[in-house]
Design a protein around this ligand. Structure first.
Ligand SMILES: Nc1ncnc2c1ncn2[C@@H]1O[C@H](COP(=O)(O)OP(=O)(O)O)[C@@H](O)[C@H]1O
Ligand SMILES: [Mg+2]
Length: 278
């Protein structure tokens, strides 16, 4: 249904009885609402399949992503989760986390580069959020600046649709085919190029966090490739490790360099990253 915004499915309306609702994003494959109800404030995610066009092939997995994420959140013990199916795919309901994301929050660092430095507490909050997942044996698979919501009490790492670490219902599962290329570790890019699939790992998450911090603090991607290059060309540049000579200020810059190491075993663990920041 290109161009049109779907309605909230009846089952979601029945579950939440919204007092207000607002579409947050509506893009290929996914629509997200912020919904307020007497029960509290929730994010509602609706997945639909991406049809094939001249530019991209069909991606039926986007229809399954919300239910897969719901199952992951459930396994992680997050309260107040619901998920199910609608006409064109699946949906989930999850608690709404208030706050700017990492990229938005660090906009002043990118605009007035020398005078405003990335905040160490914010960095630590992102590290803590990822460490909370890793310590339970999970890898996120889609770490990017928009997925860190910096709340007043703590930072939340959202969008667990691609996470790996425990069983999810087979009906809602699908292979991992990479993430946003800017945040993709070398070994993930190589595997996606060679086989069309890859395995999310904690090491690749650390790389992605390094790339997220770098882009949010400086506005520069970790790897050099033309903006308009086709996806496989971008992946080839990532897989070949064409690191751009750009650094975040101070100690953070050194740490990010280590997180972006070519070999996964050379990257610090998320706990080591945390220790280095304190
Ligand atoms: N639980 C949540 N709390 C606050 N905002 C959310 C939440 N879940 C999603 N969002 C918002 O919706 C956007 C898209 O959600 P995301 O989970 O990344 O789904 P997808 O990438 O599949 O579209 C996020 O970048 C964020 O702005
Ligand atoms: Mg997302």
């Amino acid at each position: 249904m290109p161009g049109s915004t779907p309605e909230l499915p009846i089952v979601v309306l029945d579950a939440l009885l919204p007092t207000t609702q607002r579409v947050v994003v509506n893009r290929r494959g996914s629509t997200v609402w912020e919904v307020e109800s007497h029960r509290g404030r929730y994010a509602v995610k609706l997945g639909h399949p991406i049809e094939a066009t001249a530019e991209w092939s069909a991606q039926p997995w986007t229809a399954l992503a919300p239910a897969r994420e719901g199952a992951v959140l459930h396994r992680l013990g997050v309260d107040d989760i619901a998920y199910g199916e609608w006409e064109h795919g699946t949906w989930n309901i999850q608690p709404w986390h208030q706050g700017p994301d990492l990229h938005k929050l660090w906009e002043p660092c990118r605009k007035q580069k020398a005078s405003i430095k990335p905040d160490a507490d914010v960095t630590l909050g992102c590290v803590q959020a990822l460490a909370d997942l890793h310590v339970r044996g999970w890898a996120h698979g889609d770490v990017q600046p928009a997925h860190f919501i910096i709340g007043p009490e703590r930072t939340h790492l959202i969008d667990l649709a691609l996470a790996r670490g425990g069983p999810v219902p087979e009906a809602y599962d699908f292979p991992f085919r990479g993430c946003l290329v800017h945040y993709e570790a070398l070994e993930i890019a190589r595997s996606v190029l060679d086989t069309g699939e890859a395995e999310p790992t904690q090491e690749a998450d650390v790389y992605a966090l390094g790339a997220s911090l770098l882009i949010s603090a400086t506005g520069w991607r970790a790897v050099e490739y033309p903006d308009d290059a086709p996806r496989p060309v971008q992946r080839e540049a990532v897989a070949n490790g064409r690191r751009r000579p750009v650094k975040a200020p101070g100690k953070l810059g050194e740490l990010i360099d280590a997180m972006l190491s070519h070999a996964p075993e050379d990257r610090p663990t998320i706990y080591e990253v945390g220790k280095a920041l304190i």
